[in-house]
Structures are given as structure tokens and as C-alpha cells.
Design a binder for this molecule. Structure first.
Ligand code: PMP
Length: 361
């Protein structure tokens, strides 16, 4: 009989739990469980998608030059320092695979994105979980956890599922305090929702140990397309391109994403709608008696009195066809993560939570 030799760490991986997308017996669910853009991609993006990828028998380009040039132009960055991947998840994977292995440590934080420990185990490294301070990344705690084995520190800024943001000077202090062996990965999946925030791009340019990742899955409404990118020092990009599969992205993905990044007007409209509705929904939830921190993202972390109350509210929302995300697996059992949907979805959430709290009281 074949003996299956699984690589070290793989069996430690807890399978990723995606947001629920269907409810038995409900045809029209309000899906607020995966931080997707409720409006979908822009018209220009949809048109580019419809016109792209017709040469099914041809391989796509391998250097992603067109998309990298568009990203560089729009963001004022150096195209030579950009790498594109199948979602930012794949870029994060390139980083883990390239810079960490058995015997090494990868730091992530208490309420950090669940892919970080998965990626650490997948490359045989040891994930090290560090406490946060009131749901915000704690720089001192991370620096205290670093040692000569630390290779990568993953933080999302803004954070998921906390929706909080670490101040720029704190991020710089973290980068400067890391041991020489370690790289700081700033995961900017939600960066566009914060007006005027560069996701850490300037820090990447000013330091040799910082990598930024970004995605088309959130504000650009392209979660289904699977495309993300990273910005890093040239030497790091050179390494990431060696592990990247040459044909990791199809022309459909590349051309659609290029149209998306060029449509900044749509991006700004999505951000302003998100800001407006996020503020409204946060206030409505607070008025209903739920605790809510300021959100820097396209979701709200609603904090209830107990895990039981959070679970009951989740049931009450489900009874109305509304799907949100339980975040007990992120160390937040008394919370629900609610994506900021369109106006109608926000009103339905507010109404349902209000009714729920009234019955509970
Ligand atoms: N980082 C964070 C913090 C996220 O929330 C997500 C999506 N849930 C990702 C990365 C990955 O996004 P994608 O692979 O779709 O780019």
C-alpha cells in the first residue's frame, strides 16, 4: 500500500471557512458575509470582461506588463516593483513560500485574517499568534514576539474582521523595529475604503523590508475574477516572480482588472457610498444597543453582550434572509461581521437588529 507522506505542517491547517452564500428555502438572500461590493464591477469593467479572452487556445502573457503599467500609472508607483497574483491570497502565498520554511516563524495577530496561519503551515513554518490591544494591532507585542527565527509579520491594515486601522507612525515603528531576518507584509485588501490612504506604498518605497498587497476583490467588485497584486522592493519582486507560475493569470483576468483600475471614478463612488452607508448603519446599530467601533473598511464589526446574543442575532438575520459572518474563529465570539451592502440591505439589517434587540430586552 502507498504510504502518503504529507509535508510537515499541512495537517495542522484548519480548512478556510468562506462566508455562507445560500440559505435553504430562501431564493433571494442578502449576502453580507464576504465583504463583496454590493454594486458589482463598473460598466467599463464589465465591458472589458465581455470583450476579453477570446483566444482560448492561446496562452496569456507571462509578465502582466499591461496591468502592472495601469496600476503603476493610477497609483503613481514603479511598475517594476509590482507582482500580480490569483487574488492577493496568491501574492501572500508567494511571500510565505519564498521567505519561510520549516524552523522559521511567521507572526500574525489575534484577530488577523485566517489565511495567515494557513500559509504559514503550508510552507512548514510555525505560525505565532500575537495578542491585539482592543482589536487593534499591538506593535509592542509583535516586536516582543520577534526573534532570529521570525521571517514574516502579516498584518492587514485596515484589519479584517476588526475594521480597525493602525496609525501610519505605528506601522513605520513596526517596520523599523523588526529583526533583520524579517519582512513586514501590509495587507491592504481594504485600503481603498480609506480616502487618502496609500495602503503603505510610500513605506515600501522608503524601507527595504516592507511588502504591500492589494486586491481587486473588494472595492472593484471583482471577487469572482481572482486577481490581486503586491508592491515590494525590486529584490523581493525578483524572488516572488521565481515562484509565481508563468501563466497564473488569464487574459480575461488581466484585461478586466486593467479596465477596473483605470475606472477610478467608479472606485471613488463606491468608497463614498460605503462611507455614507457605513456611518448610517453604525449609528443605527449603536442606537439599537450594539457596540460598533469606527469602520475603516466595507464591513462593520457588531459587538454583542455575549456569544449567545451574537448567535441569536445571527439566527434572527438569517430568518430574514440576511447572511452575515460569525467571527468566533477569529477570537471574537460575541461579534458579527456585517458587510456594508447597498442602501436597501443596510436598512434591512438595521431594522432586523432593532427588532431583535427589542425582543431581547
Ligand atoms: N486579505 C484580507 C485581509 C482579506 O480580507 C481578504 C479577503 N477576504 C484577502 C486578503 C484575500 O483577498 P483576495 O484573495 O480575494 O484578493
Amino acid at each position: 500500500m502507498t504510504q502518503i507522506n504529507v509535508q510537515p505542517g499541512i495537517m495542522e491547517i484548519a480548512l478556510y471557512q468562506g462566508g455562507q452564500s445560500a440559505l435553504a428555502g430562501v431564493t433571494e438572500v442578502v449576502k453580507l458575509s464576504s465583504n463583496e461590493n454590493p454594486y458589482g464591477p463598473s460598466e467599463a469593467t464589465k465591458a472589458a470582461f465581455a470583450q476579453s479572452g477570446l483566444a482560448l487556445h492561446r496562452y496569456p502573457g507571462t509578465d502582466h506588463a499591461g496591468l502592472r503599467a495601469a496600476i503603476a500609472e493610477v497609483h503613481g508607483l514603479d511598475a517594476e516593483r509590482i507582482v500580480c497574483g490569483v487574488g492577493s491570497d496568491e501574492v501572500l502565498q508567494f511571500v510565505a513560500q519564498s521567505f519561510a520554511g520549516p524552523g522559521d516563524e511567521i507572526i500574525y495577530t489575534e484577530h488577523g485574517f485566517s489565511m495567515y496561519p494557513i500559509l504559514a503551515h503550508a510552507c512548514g513554518a510555525t505560525p505565532v499568534k500575537v495578542a491585539e490591544k482592543e482589536r487593534v494591532v499591538d506593535v509592542d507585542a509583535i516586536l516582543a514576539a520577534c526573534n532570529a527565527k521570525t521571517r514574516i509579520v502579516f498584518i492587514a491594515n485596515p484589519g479584517n474582521p476588526t475594521a480597525t486601522m493602525l496609525a501610519a507612525d505605528e506601522v513605520a515603528r513596526l517596520a523599523d523595529g523588526l529583526p533583520a531576518s524579517a519582512l513586514l507584509v501590509l495587507d491592504g485588501a481594504y485600503a481603498e475604503f480609506v480616502e487618502g490612504y496609500d495602503g503603505g506604498a510610500a513605506l515600501v518605497e522608503a524601507r527595504s523590508n516592507v511588502i504591500m498587497t492589494r486586491t481587486f476583490s473588494k472595492i472593484y467588485g471583482l471577487g469572482g475574477l481572482r486577481i490581486g497584486w503586491g508592491y515590494a522592493p525590486k529584490e523581493v519582486i525578483d524572488v516572488l516572480n521565481r515562484v509565481r507560475q508563468p501563466f497564473n493569470l488569464s487574459d480575461v483576468q488581466l484585461q478586466t482588472a486593467e479596465a477596473a483600475v483605470r475606472d477610478q471614478e467608479f472606485m471613488r463612488w463606491c468608497r463614498s457610498e460605503n462611507t455614507r452607508l457605513g456611518a448610517w448603519l453604525s449609528e443605527a446599530l449603536r442606537a439599537a444597543g450594539v457596540e460598533v467601533d469606527e469602520s475603516f473598511t466595507n464591513f462593520i464589526l457588531a459587538r454583542f453582550a455575549s456569544p449567545e446574543e451574537a448567535d441569536s442575532c445571527d439566527e434572527a438575520l438569517k430568518a430574514e434572509g440576511i447572511l452575515v459572518r460569525k467571527v468566533g474563529g477569529y477570537g471574537l465570539p460575541n461579534c458579527l461581521r456585517i458587510t456594508i451592502g447597498d442602501e436597501r440591505a443596510c436598512r434591512r439589517v438595521a431594522h432586523t437588529v432593532k427588532q431583535f434587540k427589542r425582543v431581547e430586552a
